[in-house]
Design a protein around this ligand. Structure first.
Ligand SMILES: [Zn+2]
Length: 212
C-alpha cells in the first residue's frame, strides 16, 4: 500500500514545516504551536494547543483537531416554568466542535458535542503534530448554536426558546486519541470512535508516524 501524499507547507512565522493533509483547511506548526488556516489564498493564524491526555495508554497517540469557542449566551422563554428550570442549569462556557471529518457520529456520539455537554476543560500538553482539520473556523462556528440547543433541550424543552449567543475566543485544540487499531479512544473522556468513521485515518496515521 503506497502512503498518502503529505503536502509540504511552511510556517509563515518560522519557515518550519506545517503538519496536515492535502485536503485540510488548517495546518499546524509544531514549533510555534500555532495553526495556520488557509483563507482565500493566504494563511490566517489561529491560536491553538495540543491537549494533554487525562489518561495514559500503551498505544500510539494521534492528535485530532477540535475547535473550542468561548460563548456568552442568553436564553428566554415566555413560559415561567421553563425559565425557572433553565436558571438551574449549569452555564456552558465553552462549545467544542469536531474539526475532523467523521461519519455517522450520531451512532457513537460526536466528540465536540459530548465535550461541550461534559464541560471538558482541556490543558495544554507537549507539542505534537496535528492533522485532519477539514472544518474551517467559520464552518465550525455554525455548530455552536445547534450544540447549545441540544444541551439546553436535555434539561428544558426548547420550544419557544429565544437564544442569543455571542461567540468569543476560538482555539484549535489537538486532542489526543489512542490508536487501538479498529477504533480510536480519546485521551480526555475515553470516548470510542470506530476507525471506519474516519475516511482519512490511514493518512493521519502515516502523518503521525512520519513526524514521530
Ligand atoms: Zn512556525
Amino acid at each position: 500500500m503506497s502512503g498518502p501524499a503529505v503536502l509540504v507547507l511552511s510556517c509563515p512565522r518560522c519557515g518550519g514545516p506545517l503538519s496536515g493533509l492535502q485536503q485540510d483547511v488548517a495546518f499546524w506548526c509544531v514549533a510555534c504551536q500555532v495553526a495556520q488556516e488557509v483563507v482565500g489564498e493566504r494563511f490566517v493564524e489561529r491560536r491553538g494547543f495540543i491537549a494533554r491526555a487525562a489518561a495514559h495508554a500503551n498505544r500510539p497517540t494521534l492528535h485530532l483537531p477540535v475547535w473550542a469557542f468561548g460563548v456568552d449566551y442568553a436564553s428566554h422563554w415566555e413560559d415561567p416554568e421553563r425559565e425557572a428550570l433553565a436558571r438551574q442549569m449549569p452555564r456552558v462556557e465553552r462549545v467544542y466542535v469536531t474539526g475532523f471529518e467523521l461519519h455517522n457520529a450520531s451512532y457513537f456520539g460526536d466528540p465536540g458535542q459530548i465535550f461541550t455537554q461534559r464541560m471538558v476543560h482541556l490543558e495544554a500538553g507537549d507539542p505534537a503534530p496535528l492533522a485532519g482539520c477539514t472544518r474551517s473556523l467559520e464552518e465550525a462556528k455554525a455548530y455552536v448554536e445547534p450544540h447549545l440547543l441540544t444541551i439546553i433541550d436535555r434539561r428544558v424543552d426548547v420550544t419557544g426558546l429565544e437564544l442569543s449567543c455571542a461567540i468569543g475566543e476560538a482555539l484549535l485544540w489537538g486532542v489526543p486519541f489512542f490508536d487501538e487499531g479498529d477504533r480510536l479512544r480519546d485521551g480526555i473522556l475515553g470516548l470510542k470512535i470506530p476507525a471506519a468513521a474516519l475516511d482519512e485515518l490511514g493518512a493521519i496515521r502515516a502523518h503521525g508516524r512520519a513526524r514521530g
